[in-house]
Design a protein around this ligand. Structure first.
Ligand code: ADE
Length: 241
């Protein structure tokens, strides 16, 4: 069975992707054909008897550099779908956002993620990619966790993976705001009480409180996000000329 959305990964640690199938709705998206995941190990594409994937840097220096040939050969073995996007995981890339995940989920039917290890990539490997992506300003030992984050975030947005209501929220301008607090039973736990308004049954009051909480939380925790939301709100609320 060919799935609607194809994910391919180049990784020297292919087993690390096994855990994705255990991730609840993400695992179900793979088993029900919403998406398929194929992992390729560049080491399997080496031609020397040592299966060497790295070598010393030209010009000297510490550490090793990942060789281009096994990465190119592994990459070229991947079937090509109509709308494909190729990503390279690196702390030098543009920082991943929800907007990127939406774009990759909506505009493509194939995503290829190239993962390095702690060594650097030979610069020529970069030419395979359409975009370079970073999880943030910190350095991991390899790109696998970044690729798994992207795969999780993209598959979550594919039709059928999760409920429709949540997908709609995704599309709203309000996704710039953090979520409001959530509570469930009991009404009091270790002297911590559920806010009265949530138990009032007054839907308008609840909606108002939740919106206020979202704005407050965002302003306090993520002032730059709040600014962007406020700007967007101003232009949305402006009367049309
Ligand atoms: N590889 C190593 N560190 C990384 C990061 N922060 N983001 C993406 N890929 C990486």
């Amino acid at each position: 069975m060919t799935a609607a959305y194809r994910l391919d990964v180049l990784s020297l640690l292919p087993n690390s992707f096994n855990s994705l199938s255990g991730l609840g709705v993400i695992g179900r998206a793979f088993s029900t054909g919403i998406a398929e995941l194929n992992v390729y190990n560049p080491r399997d594409f080496t031609k020397d008897s040592y299966h060497k994937v790295d070598d010393e840097p030209y010009g000297g220096g510490v550490g090793m550099v990942l060789k281009p040939e096994p990465f190119f050969d592994a990459f070229e073995s991947i079937p090509i779908s109509q709308n494909r996007r190729v990503l390279l995981m690196t702390p030098q890339g543009a920082q991943l956002t929800q907007k990127d995940l939406r774009r990759w989920a909506n505009e493509y039917d194939q995503l290829v993620c190239i993962c390095g290890q702690y060594e650097g990539f030979d610069e020529r490997i970069r030419t395979l990619a359409d975009e370079e992506v970073s999880l943030g300003d910190f350095v991991l030992t390899g790109g696998e966790l970044a690729a798994m984050s992207i795969i999780n975030g993209v598959v979550r947005l594919l039709p059928g993976t999760i409920g429709r209501a949540e997908s709609l929220i995704e599309e709203s301008h309000s996704d710039l705001l953090l979520e409001h607090p959530h509570y469930t039973r009991p009404p009091e736990f270790r002297n911590l009480k559920v806010p009265k308004v949530l138990r009032s049954g007054d839907h308008a009051a609840i909606a108002k409180w939740r919106q206020q909480q979202r704005e407050l939380r965002t302003k306090e925790r993520r002032p730059e996000l709040y600014e962007r939301w406020a700007q967007k709100k101003v232009s949305r609320d402006l009367p049309k000329q």
